[in-house]
Design a protein around this ligand. Structure first.
Ligand code: HAM
Length: 425
Protein backbone atom coordinates (compact mmCIF):
# COMPACT_ATOMS: atom_id res chain seq x y z
CA UNK A 1 0.00 0.00 0.00
CA UNK A 2 1.22 3.51 -0.79
CA UNK A 3 0.16 5.93 1.95
CA UNK A 4 -0.31 9.69 1.66
CA UNK A 5 2.80 11.80 2.21
CA UNK A 6 3.56 12.68 5.86
CA UNK A 7 1.79 15.89 6.89
CA UNK A 8 -0.74 15.73 4.02
CA UNK A 9 -4.23 14.27 4.27
CA UNK A 10 -7.27 13.32 2.25
CA UNK A 11 -10.47 15.20 2.95
CA UNK A 12 -13.20 12.60 2.57
CA UNK A 13 -16.98 12.85 2.29
CA UNK A 14 -19.05 13.73 4.20
CA UNK A 15 -16.44 16.07 5.78
CA UNK A 16 -15.91 17.70 2.36
CA UNK A 17 -19.51 18.96 2.62
CA UNK A 18 -18.46 21.02 5.63
CA UNK A 19 -15.48 22.43 3.72
CA UNK A 20 -17.70 23.29 0.77
CA UNK A 21 -20.18 25.12 2.97
CA UNK A 22 -17.41 27.12 4.62
CA UNK A 23 -15.98 28.07 1.22
CA UNK A 24 -19.40 28.87 -0.25
CA UNK A 25 -20.01 31.22 2.68
CA UNK A 26 -16.57 32.78 2.16
CA UNK A 27 -17.37 33.49 -1.53
CA UNK A 28 -20.71 34.98 -0.46
CA UNK A 29 -19.31 37.23 2.29
CA UNK A 30 -16.32 38.41 0.23
CA UNK A 31 -18.71 39.43 -2.55
CA UNK A 32 -20.77 41.41 -0.03
CA UNK A 33 -17.67 43.48 0.74
CA UNK A 34 -16.62 44.14 -2.86
CA UNK A 35 -13.92 41.46 -3.07
CA UNK A 36 -13.08 39.47 -6.21
CA UNK A 37 -11.39 36.09 -6.38
CA UNK A 38 -7.83 35.72 -7.63
CA UNK A 39 -6.19 32.35 -8.30
CA UNK A 40 -2.43 32.30 -8.34
CA UNK A 41 -0.15 29.29 -8.99
CA UNK A 42 0.90 26.91 -6.25
CA UNK A 43 4.40 27.00 -7.75
CA UNK A 44 6.36 30.26 -7.59
CA UNK A 45 9.98 31.31 -7.95
CA UNK A 46 11.85 30.66 -4.70
CA UNK A 47 13.19 34.21 -4.88
CA UNK A 48 9.65 35.57 -4.37
CA UNK A 49 9.37 34.20 -0.84
CA UNK A 50 12.97 35.01 0.07
CA UNK A 51 12.33 38.65 -0.80
CA UNK A 52 8.87 38.98 0.75
CA UNK A 53 8.42 36.59 3.68
CA UNK A 54 12.12 37.09 4.51
CA UNK A 55 15.26 35.01 4.55
CA UNK A 56 15.57 34.83 8.35
CA UNK A 57 11.97 33.75 9.00
CA UNK A 58 11.30 30.14 10.01
CA UNK A 59 9.17 29.74 6.87
CA UNK A 60 11.97 30.57 4.44
CA UNK A 61 14.81 29.32 6.62
CA UNK A 62 13.54 25.80 7.17
CA UNK A 63 9.96 25.16 6.07
CA UNK A 64 9.74 25.61 2.31
CA UNK A 65 9.20 22.89 -0.26
CA UNK A 66 11.89 24.11 -2.62
CA UNK A 67 13.35 22.18 -5.53
CA UNK A 68 15.09 22.66 -8.82
CA UNK A 69 12.80 21.88 -11.74
CA UNK A 70 13.91 20.09 -14.89
CA UNK A 71 14.79 23.43 -16.45
CA UNK A 72 17.20 24.24 -13.62
CA UNK A 73 14.97 26.90 -11.96
CA UNK A 74 14.59 27.04 -8.19
CA UNK A 75 10.86 26.84 -7.50
CA UNK A 76 8.87 26.67 -4.26
CA UNK A 77 5.41 25.35 -3.47
CA UNK A 78 3.82 28.43 -1.93
CA UNK A 79 3.95 28.53 1.89
CA UNK A 80 1.45 31.42 1.97
CA UNK A 81 -0.68 33.41 -0.47
CA UNK A 82 0.20 37.07 0.02
CA UNK A 83 3.52 37.04 -1.85
CA UNK A 84 1.98 35.43 -4.95
CA UNK A 85 -0.90 37.92 -4.97
CA UNK A 86 1.53 40.85 -4.66
CA UNK A 87 3.60 39.34 -7.47
CA UNK A 88 0.52 39.05 -9.69
CA UNK A 89 -0.40 42.66 -8.84
CA UNK A 90 3.00 43.81 -10.09
CA UNK A 91 3.19 41.43 -13.06
CA UNK A 92 -0.22 42.46 -14.42
CA UNK A 93 0.32 46.17 -13.63
CA UNK A 94 -2.94 46.23 -11.67
CA UNK A 95 -1.87 49.52 -10.05
CA UNK A 96 -2.51 51.25 -13.38
CA UNK A 97 -6.26 50.68 -13.00
CA UNK A 98 -6.21 53.48 -10.43
CA UNK A 99 -8.54 51.73 -8.00
CA UNK A 100 -8.16 49.70 -4.82
CA UNK A 101 -7.98 45.95 -5.44
CA UNK A 102 -9.84 43.77 -2.96
CA UNK A 103 -8.81 40.20 -3.68
CA UNK A 104 -9.26 36.82 -2.07
CA UNK A 105 -7.84 33.40 -2.71
CA UNK A 106 -8.73 29.97 -1.29
CA UNK A 107 -6.28 27.13 -1.67
CA UNK A 108 -3.50 24.87 -0.45
CA UNK A 109 -0.22 26.05 1.07
CA UNK A 110 2.86 24.01 1.95
CA UNK A 111 5.22 24.22 4.92
CA UNK A 112 7.64 21.56 6.04
CA UNK A 113 6.72 21.72 9.73
CA UNK A 114 6.53 18.96 12.31
CA UNK A 115 2.99 17.63 11.84
CA UNK A 116 0.70 17.65 14.87
CA UNK A 117 -2.91 18.48 15.68
CA UNK A 118 -3.89 21.52 13.60
CA UNK A 119 -0.52 21.64 11.87
CA UNK A 120 -0.01 20.01 8.50
CA UNK A 121 2.56 20.19 5.73
CA UNK A 122 -0.20 20.75 3.22
CA UNK A 123 -2.90 22.98 4.66
CA UNK A 124 -5.44 25.37 3.18
CA UNK A 125 -5.89 29.09 3.65
CA UNK A 126 -8.74 31.49 3.00
CA UNK A 127 -6.74 34.61 2.21
CA UNK A 128 -7.88 38.21 1.62
CA UNK A 129 -5.83 41.20 0.55
CA UNK A 130 -6.59 44.89 -0.08
CA UNK A 131 -4.03 46.61 -2.30
CA UNK A 132 -3.95 50.39 -2.65
CA UNK A 133 -5.44 52.23 0.31
CA UNK A 134 -3.20 52.93 3.31
CA UNK A 135 -5.75 54.44 5.72
CA UNK A 136 -6.82 52.96 9.05
CA UNK A 137 -10.43 52.62 7.84
CA UNK A 138 -9.25 49.95 5.38
CA UNK A 139 -7.78 47.97 8.28
CA UNK A 140 -11.01 48.37 10.25
CA UNK A 141 -13.19 47.34 7.29
CA UNK A 142 -11.11 44.20 6.76
CA UNK A 143 -11.63 43.21 10.39
CA UNK A 144 -15.35 43.95 10.08
CA UNK A 145 -15.48 41.54 7.12
CA UNK A 146 -13.55 38.94 9.09
CA UNK A 147 -15.85 39.10 12.11
CA UNK A 148 -18.91 39.07 9.87
CA UNK A 149 -17.66 35.82 8.30
CA UNK A 150 -16.76 34.25 11.65
CA UNK A 151 -20.12 35.33 13.06
CA UNK A 152 -22.03 33.72 10.19
CA UNK A 153 -20.16 30.48 10.89
CA UNK A 154 -21.55 30.71 14.42
CA UNK A 155 -18.43 31.74 16.30
CA UNK A 156 -19.00 33.87 19.38
CA UNK A 157 -16.52 35.14 21.93
CA UNK A 158 -13.55 35.41 19.55
CA UNK A 159 -11.34 38.44 19.88
CA UNK A 160 -8.50 39.78 17.78
CA UNK A 161 -5.02 40.45 19.22
CA UNK A 162 -3.74 43.69 17.80
CA UNK A 163 -0.40 45.44 17.60
CA UNK A 164 1.55 47.89 15.47
CA UNK A 165 5.03 46.90 14.35
CA UNK A 166 5.82 50.41 13.11
CA UNK A 167 7.76 51.27 9.96
CA UNK A 168 11.31 52.01 8.91
CA UNK A 169 11.07 55.11 11.12
CA UNK A 170 10.87 52.94 14.23
CA UNK A 171 12.37 49.58 13.24
CA UNK A 172 16.08 50.45 13.77
CA UNK A 173 15.40 51.88 17.24
CA UNK A 174 13.28 48.88 18.19
CA UNK A 175 15.85 46.41 16.91
CA UNK A 176 18.51 48.28 18.92
CA UNK A 177 16.34 48.09 22.04
CA UNK A 178 15.91 44.31 21.61
CA UNK A 179 19.68 43.89 21.14
CA UNK A 180 20.34 46.03 24.20
CA UNK A 181 17.94 43.90 26.24
CA UNK A 182 19.78 40.71 25.31
CA UNK A 183 23.19 42.29 25.76
CA UNK A 184 22.99 41.76 29.51
CA UNK A 185 24.82 38.53 30.31
CA UNK A 186 21.93 37.03 32.15
CA UNK A 187 19.41 37.52 29.32
CA UNK A 188 21.88 36.47 26.66
CA UNK A 189 22.52 33.15 28.39
CA UNK A 190 18.86 32.24 27.90
CA UNK A 191 19.28 32.21 24.11
CA UNK A 192 19.75 28.91 22.31
CA UNK A 193 21.54 28.53 19.00
CA UNK A 194 18.48 29.34 16.89
CA UNK A 195 17.67 32.47 18.87
CA UNK A 196 21.29 33.69 18.73
CA UNK A 197 21.07 33.41 14.95
CA UNK A 198 17.78 35.33 15.01
CA UNK A 199 19.25 38.05 17.21
CA UNK A 200 22.20 38.47 14.85
CA UNK A 201 20.23 38.34 11.58
CA UNK A 202 16.88 39.92 12.44
CA UNK A 203 16.21 40.62 16.14
CA UNK A 204 12.45 41.01 15.64
CA UNK A 205 12.36 37.27 14.88
CA UNK A 206 13.46 36.49 18.45
CA UNK A 207 9.86 37.27 19.39
CA UNK A 208 8.80 34.16 17.37
CA UNK A 209 11.00 31.96 19.60
CA UNK A 210 9.26 28.83 20.82
CA UNK A 211 11.77 28.47 23.69
CA UNK A 212 9.81 28.85 26.99
CA UNK A 213 12.76 30.57 28.73
CA UNK A 214 13.04 33.15 25.95
CA UNK A 215 9.27 33.58 25.84
CA UNK A 216 9.35 34.26 29.58
CA UNK A 217 11.96 37.01 29.10
CA UNK A 218 9.99 38.54 26.23
CA UNK A 219 6.92 38.65 28.47
CA UNK A 220 8.81 40.31 31.33
CA UNK A 221 8.31 43.96 32.23
CA UNK A 222 11.75 45.06 31.04
CA UNK A 223 11.31 43.86 27.45
CA UNK A 224 10.99 46.77 24.97
CA UNK A 225 7.61 47.37 23.30
CA UNK A 226 7.18 48.90 19.87
CA UNK A 227 4.03 50.80 20.89
CA UNK A 228 6.09 52.76 23.41
CA UNK A 229 8.39 54.02 20.65
CA UNK A 230 5.67 55.00 18.18
CA UNK A 231 4.52 58.37 19.63
CA UNK A 232 8.01 59.89 19.62
CA UNK A 233 9.61 58.18 16.60
CA UNK A 234 6.69 57.71 14.22
CA UNK A 235 3.68 59.90 15.04
CA UNK A 236 1.96 58.94 11.75
CA UNK A 237 1.99 55.22 12.63
CA UNK A 238 0.88 56.08 16.14
CA UNK A 239 -2.07 58.07 14.75
CA UNK A 240 -2.93 55.19 12.38
CA UNK A 241 -2.98 52.75 15.28
CA UNK A 242 -5.16 55.03 17.41
CA UNK A 243 -7.62 55.66 14.59
CA UNK A 244 -7.91 51.93 13.91
CA UNK A 245 -8.66 51.22 17.57
CA UNK A 246 -11.31 53.95 17.64
CA UNK A 247 -12.96 52.51 14.50
CA UNK A 248 -12.92 48.99 15.95
CA UNK A 249 -14.58 50.22 19.14
CA UNK A 250 -17.22 52.05 17.06
CA UNK A 251 -17.73 48.93 14.90
CA UNK A 252 -18.07 46.63 17.95
CA UNK A 253 -15.09 44.51 16.89
CA UNK A 254 -13.66 42.88 20.02
CA UNK A 255 -9.89 43.32 20.26
CA UNK A 256 -7.09 43.12 22.79
CA UNK A 257 -3.80 44.91 22.40
CA UNK A 258 -0.81 42.59 22.42
CA UNK A 259 2.41 44.64 22.34
CA UNK A 260 4.47 41.48 21.76
CA UNK A 261 2.68 40.36 18.60
CA UNK A 262 5.07 40.69 15.63
CA UNK A 263 3.96 37.73 13.42
CA UNK A 264 6.44 35.38 11.77
CA UNK A 265 6.77 37.10 8.39
CA UNK A 266 9.04 40.03 7.55
CA UNK A 267 6.82 42.10 5.28
CA UNK A 268 4.62 43.68 7.93
CA UNK A 269 4.44 47.42 8.66
CA UNK A 270 2.10 49.08 11.18
CA UNK A 271 -1.00 46.95 11.89
CA UNK A 272 -0.64 43.26 12.73
CA UNK A 273 -3.31 40.98 14.17
CA UNK A 274 -4.12 37.40 15.03
CA UNK A 275 -7.16 35.49 16.23
CA UNK A 276 -6.61 32.51 18.47
CA UNK A 277 -9.16 30.01 19.70
CA UNK A 278 -9.26 27.56 22.58
CA UNK A 279 -9.43 23.87 21.72
CA UNK A 280 -6.66 23.88 19.13
CA UNK A 281 -3.87 22.99 21.54
CA UNK A 282 -0.49 24.63 21.02
CA UNK A 283 -1.48 25.61 17.46
CA UNK A 284 -4.12 28.05 18.54
CA UNK A 285 -3.95 30.74 15.81
CA UNK A 286 -6.87 30.33 13.45
CA UNK A 287 -5.82 33.35 11.42
CA UNK A 288 -3.28 36.10 11.17
CA UNK A 289 -2.69 39.18 9.10
CA UNK A 290 -1.45 42.69 8.85
CA UNK A 291 -0.41 45.65 6.78
CA UNK A 292 2.52 45.51 4.34
CA UNK A 293 3.01 48.95 2.83
CA UNK A 294 6.44 48.21 1.34
CA UNK A 295 5.94 44.73 -0.11
CA UNK A 296 4.73 45.68 -3.60
CA UNK A 297 7.61 48.15 -4.06
CA UNK A 298 10.08 45.55 -2.71
CA UNK A 299 8.86 43.22 -5.46
CA UNK A 300 9.58 45.83 -8.11
CA UNK A 301 6.13 47.39 -8.37
CA UNK A 302 4.98 50.96 -7.75
CA UNK A 303 4.74 52.10 -4.12
CA UNK A 304 1.44 50.51 -3.04
CA UNK A 305 0.01 49.97 0.42
CA UNK A 306 -1.50 46.61 1.30
CA UNK A 307 -3.20 44.75 4.11
CA UNK A 308 -4.64 41.26 4.41
CA UNK A 309 -5.23 38.17 6.46
CA UNK A 310 -5.20 34.42 6.03
CA UNK A 311 -7.48 32.02 7.86
CA UNK A 312 -6.10 28.51 8.40
CA UNK A 313 -9.06 26.61 6.97
CA UNK A 314 -8.03 23.27 8.51
CA UNK A 315 -8.02 24.84 11.98
CA UNK A 316 -11.23 26.73 11.29
CA UNK A 317 -13.06 23.54 10.26
CA UNK A 318 -11.63 21.76 13.30
CA UNK A 319 -13.35 24.10 15.75
CA UNK A 320 -16.43 24.94 13.72
CA UNK A 321 -19.55 25.55 15.83
CA UNK A 322 -21.72 22.41 16.01
CA UNK A 323 -24.81 23.93 14.40
CA UNK A 324 -23.01 24.99 11.23
CA UNK A 325 -21.30 21.62 10.98
CA UNK A 326 -24.54 19.71 11.50
CA UNK A 327 -26.40 21.66 8.87
CA UNK A 328 -23.57 21.24 6.38
CA UNK A 329 -23.36 17.49 6.99
CA UNK A 330 -27.07 16.89 6.73
CA UNK A 331 -27.23 19.18 3.72
CA UNK A 332 -29.86 18.59 1.06
CA UNK A 333 -31.90 15.45 1.65
CA UNK A 334 -31.20 13.14 -1.24
CA UNK A 335 -33.13 10.64 -3.34
CA UNK A 336 -31.84 7.26 -4.47
CA UNK A 337 -33.47 5.61 -7.48
CA UNK A 338 -33.24 1.83 -7.79
CA UNK A 339 -34.20 -0.04 -10.97
CA UNK A 340 -35.23 -3.52 -9.86
CA UNK A 341 -34.13 -5.41 -13.00
CA UNK A 342 -31.91 -4.74 -15.97
CA UNK A 343 -35.10 -4.14 -17.99
CA UNK A 344 -36.03 -1.22 -15.70
CA UNK A 345 -32.79 0.74 -16.22
CA UNK A 346 -33.82 2.70 -19.29
CA UNK A 347 -37.08 3.87 -17.72
CA UNK A 348 -35.25 4.69 -14.46
CA UNK A 349 -32.73 6.84 -16.30
CA UNK A 350 -35.62 8.74 -17.91
CA UNK A 351 -37.26 9.30 -14.50
CA UNK A 352 -33.93 10.45 -13.03
CA UNK A 353 -33.41 12.86 -15.93
CA UNK A 354 -36.79 14.50 -15.53
CA UNK A 355 -36.46 14.79 -11.72
CA UNK A 356 -33.01 16.37 -12.03
CA UNK A 357 -34.39 18.83 -14.57
CA UNK A 358 -36.79 19.90 -11.84
CA UNK A 359 -33.91 20.33 -9.42
CA UNK A 360 -34.32 17.13 -7.37
CA UNK A 361 -30.95 15.45 -6.68
CA UNK A 362 -31.16 11.80 -7.77
CA UNK A 363 -28.52 9.14 -7.14
CA UNK A 364 -29.14 6.25 -9.56
CA UNK A 365 -28.08 2.88 -8.13
CA UNK A 366 -27.85 0.78 -11.27
CA UNK A 367 -26.02 -2.29 -10.06
CA UNK A 368 -28.28 -3.24 -7.14
CA UNK A 369 -28.67 -6.95 -6.60
CA UNK A 370 -32.42 -6.83 -5.95
CA UNK A 371 -34.56 -4.40 -3.94
CA UNK A 372 -33.21 -5.39 -0.48
CA UNK A 373 -29.64 -4.77 -1.51
CA UNK A 374 -30.61 -1.51 -3.25
CA UNK A 375 -32.32 -0.24 -0.10
CA UNK A 376 -29.31 -1.10 2.05
CA UNK A 377 -27.05 0.84 -0.32
CA UNK A 378 -29.50 3.78 -0.21
CA UNK A 379 -29.43 3.76 3.59
CA UNK A 380 -25.64 3.69 3.66
CA UNK A 381 -25.39 6.74 1.43
CA UNK A 382 -27.57 8.65 3.91
CA UNK A 383 -30.41 9.19 1.41
CA UNK A 384 -33.78 10.37 2.69
CA UNK A 385 -35.97 8.69 0.08
CA UNK A 386 -35.55 5.61 -2.09
CA UNK A 387 -37.56 5.13 -5.29
CA UNK A 388 -38.03 1.55 -6.48
CA UNK A 389 -38.95 1.01 -10.11
CA UNK A 390 -39.84 -2.44 -11.45
CA UNK A 391 -42.02 -3.95 -14.13
CA UNK A 392 -45.19 -3.47 -12.06
CA UNK A 393 -44.47 0.24 -11.54
CA UNK A 394 -43.55 0.74 -15.19
CA UNK A 395 -46.81 -0.78 -16.34
CA UNK A 396 -48.83 1.19 -13.80
CA UNK A 397 -47.15 4.59 -14.53
CA UNK A 398 -46.16 4.85 -10.86
CA UNK A 399 -43.08 4.55 -8.66
CA UNK A 400 -42.69 3.00 -5.23
CA UNK A 401 -41.28 5.60 -2.78
CA UNK A 402 -39.81 4.60 0.58
CA UNK A 403 -39.04 7.11 3.32
CA UNK A 404 -35.91 5.55 4.79
CA UNK A 405 -36.07 7.28 8.16
CA UNK A 406 -39.79 6.88 8.79
CA UNK A 407 -39.86 3.39 7.23
CA UNK A 408 -43.05 4.14 5.29
CA UNK A 409 -43.77 3.43 1.66
CA UNK A 410 -46.31 4.63 -0.87
CA UNK A 411 -47.04 4.38 -4.55
CA UNK A 412 -46.88 7.75 -6.33
CA UNK A 413 -47.94 8.53 -9.91
CA UNK A 414 -45.19 9.42 -12.39
CA UNK A 415 -47.09 12.57 -13.35
CA UNK A 416 -46.27 15.31 -10.85
CA UNK A 417 -43.62 13.15 -9.17
CA UNK A 418 -41.11 15.99 -8.65
CA UNK A 419 -43.60 18.09 -6.67
CA UNK A 420 -44.69 15.06 -4.62
CA UNK A 421 -41.08 14.23 -3.75
CA UNK A 422 -40.24 17.83 -2.91
CA UNK A 423 -43.06 17.84 -0.38
CA UNK A 424 -41.52 14.75 1.25
CA UNK A 425 -37.91 15.97 1.33
P1 HAM B 1 0.43 32.94 8.84
O1 HAM B 1 0.21 33.39 10.24
O2 HAM B 1 1.75 32.37 8.51
O3 HAM B 1 0.13 34.20 7.91
O4 HAM B 1 -0.68 31.90 8.46
C1 HAM B 1 -2.05 32.21 8.61
C2 HAM B 1 -2.81 31.04 9.21
O5 HAM B 1 -2.57 29.86 8.45
C3 HAM B 1 -2.38 30.66 10.62
O6 HAM B 1 -2.99 31.47 11.59
C4 HAM B 1 -2.86 29.22 10.71
O7 HAM B 1 -4.25 29.18 11.04
C5 HAM B 1 -2.69 28.71 9.28
N1 HAM B 1 -1.49 27.87 9.21
C6 HAM B 1 -0.21 28.26 9.10
N2 HAM B 1 0.61 27.19 9.06
C7 HAM B 1 -0.18 26.09 9.16
C8 HAM B 1 0.06 24.67 9.17
N3 HAM B 1 1.27 24.16 9.04
N4 HAM B 1 -1.01 23.83 9.28
C9 HAM B 1 -2.27 24.33 9.37
N5 HAM B 1 -2.54 25.66 9.36
C10 HAM B 1 -1.52 26.53 9.26
C11 HAM B 1 0.21 34.17 6.56
O8 HAM B 1 0.30 33.18 5.90
C12 HAM B 1 0.05 35.54 5.92
N6 HAM B 1 0.18 35.38 4.46
C13 HAM B 1 -1.27 36.16 6.30
C14 HAM B 1 -1.47 37.48 5.64
C15 HAM B 1 -2.23 37.74 4.57
N7 HAM B 1 -0.90 38.63 6.01
C16 HAM B 1 -1.29 39.59 5.18
N8 HAM B 1 -2.09 39.05 4.29
Amino acid sequence: MIASVKGTRDLLPPETRVWNRVEALAHEVFALYGFDEIRTPVLESTELFVRSVGESTDIVHKEMYTFTDRGGRSVTMRPEATAGIARAYVEHTLAQAGRPWKLYCIGPQFRYERPQKGRYREFRQIDAEVLGPADAATDAELLVLLFDFLGRLGFTGLSVSLNSVGTDATRPAYVEAIRAFFSSNENERALGEDDRRRLAENPLRVLDSKDPGVQHLIGSAGFPRMVDLLPSLDPASDAHHRELKALLVAGHIPFKENPLLVRGLDYYTRTVFEVTAAGLGAQDAILGGGRYDKLVADLGGPKTAGIGFAIGEDRLVDILPADFRKEALEGARRVVLIPLERADVEESMAVARSLRQEGIPVDLVTAAKGPGHGLRVAEKTGAALAILLGQKEREGGVVNVKDLARRTQESLPRAGLAAALRARL
